[in-house]
Design a protein around this ligand. Sequence first.
Ligand code: BGC
Length: 286
Amino acid sequence: MEYYSKHNLPTPKEPHCPVYHCLPNQKAIVTGASSGIGKEVAIMLAKAGADVCVNYSKSEHKASEVAEEINLRTDCNAFTFKADVSKEDEVLSMFNAAQKRFGHIDIVVCNAGIQRDAPLVDMSVAQFDEVIGINLRGQFLCSREAVRIFKKQGIIENTSCSAGKILSIASVHDIIPWAGHVNYAASKGGVAMLIKSIAQEVAQYRIRANIISPGAIRTPINIQTWQNHEAYEELMKLIPYKRIGEPREVGRCAVWLASDQSDYINGATVYIDGGMTLYPGFETGG
Ligand code: BGC
């Protein structure tokens, strides 16, 4: 890519690391799985052995493509379910459907998220509420249902050494303030404390809840920053590792955090951000 030759930097390489079959007999729900990070998380979980409920709220066609890819290219099964995660009744229906279909649920990935950006003075209550509704209330509703089910199920023989795993997809903006995006940053900061508090509350039942906080990842949500040369230049000033992240990198982390390989990790946040949270301005200043 032009940016790398121009700056005499190594061109990003695809890592050579297969996904291990570390989720045998597990069943997962991934919210917002029709595109972006959610899509790759769903596919990676299936590659690692989990059956997946592919949640979407609008893009039925894209969600079906994700389920089809899982059904055709992995040994696992997937089905799609339409639910707006900010609506309690729709979340309940989704968990019911997944339980009926799968018999048990072991992994819930709260990923659905949106941006509705505006300077504070122009931000409408509708823009604020929509973002908080999907990004924060949605994660509350889904993790509450997950815990209700995990507690009832307990630890299932030959499945996992924990009673269930919640993975929350937050953002670097759970600690980096973001001017012009106050609704989004508030929702992600809220999510971080929601999940850590849940982790503390339900650890005694051997339920784990962890957070993945991505930085700039090549998804539709930030297409303006990676499709435009000047915007990419500006973005790279914020990323010490000097490349954008790929959705499958978040997928790989999700597989590991959902698996028994990370069984003693609870209430943790993993930043997948090429160092965006390292105060990049201090590379040369300070
Ligand atoms: C946002 C992206 C942004 C990234 C880094 C993410 O949470 O959704 O739009 O590029 O944070 O600022």
